[in-house]
Design a protein around this ligand. Sequence first.
Ligand code: UDP
Length: 431
Amino acid sequence: MSARLPRRVAVLSVHTSPLEQPGTGDAGGMNVYIVQTATRMARRGVAVEVFTRATSSELPPVVELAPGVLVRHVVAGPFEGLDKSELPAQLCAFTAGVLRAEARQEPGHYDVVHSHYWLSGQVGWLARERWGVPLVHTAHTLAKVKNAALADGDVPEPRSRVIGEDQVVAEADRLVANTAVEAGQLVGLYGADPDKVLTVPPGVDLERFTPGDASAARAVLGLPRDAVVLAFVGRVQPLKAPDVLLRAAAELLARDPALRARLVVLVVGGPSGTGLEQPRVLHNLAASLGIADVVRFLPPQGGPALADVYRAADVVAVPSHNESFGLVALEAQACGTPVVAAAVGGLPVAVADGVSGMLVPDHDPAHWAAVLAEVALRPAYREQLATGAVGHARRFSWDRTTDALLGAYTEAAAAFRTALDRALDRQEIAV
Ligand code: UDP
């Protein structure tokens, strides 16, 4: 049996579109992951069609994201005002739209279906059955893991999601985990067949995120050259814990009031999820901590502006209560900025403790203040970590992620055909 690359992949991204700006709402690392891997697959001659829910009547049915990458907008429920929690009720409509789009093509249009997040996994499950192609699934986050690390203000993931994830884990031909820890969770918490689970680390765009002149980046952002800049980048939600950075900054100022003249806390990103979703909540927290004058809020940044945010920072903080990987940590390091991160989920892989940044075992603001001071206020140590950060980030690349995914597709397709042949031999299915 010859192992050949698939010609065309159906990628399912029900709840968020690769065309959206990441860093707010439901758009984050998964969107970046899909864009980066799909464009690279297309460059290797594998066409990609991404199915996502239409969230505006203005959206054309099909958009070319890049040569060889199409985004198909599926009408499923009202365009606007539908929360992610309401999407399970729209999965039938979404699946109908996906199957209808395929039915308009020549038979055998897709060679593999890759679903992202459990909602898409449910759709992929049916597509697999209907099209007779393997289902590769990436969870991105897992309800059981998330519920074990809830932050104040977070709403637990419902049982229906856990059941839905269990089903997808049982039905998928291959499960792609970001880290060995996630692979272990799929097996240990969800009963996945270990032979179906493979670990594929995500990447970082090393052309966009490069080390650069911090003073120039600070000038672009209107920050003083000699400031001590601590940055949070990402969706503002309780799970990401930007409040820990604010509380730690207040602690730093309590210990060293003179620092107030130089300290800048940058919070970059938009509201998302529950609890801290109202943009005012963090502003109010800053005011109640008496540090409103040092905290600056920026809306989600795209293009080169985000690299400037990372370059301008002395430290990027990732205090999340849970993080399946943490692309922000890699991007900051690729820009030569050390990361102080919570030692949770994939962050101990994304950050090399004591080499490219530091890991904090808990979310105690006093501990965070101590570690942030150790990195940000000791220039020689910071420089050492900055060098380590660039080296660590270079160990990851979207090209390698893409190669590993294509390998998984090829292998899954071969195993799928073998299983089908065996079933035919045993005449288990009618010919
Ligand atoms: N991001 C962005 N602009 C922003 C904030 C975040 O483009 O203002 C991107 C960031 O570059 C990263 C992604 O959003 O690639 C967030 O991914 P991460 O894995 O850190 O967190 P997630 O959102 O998946 O929980």
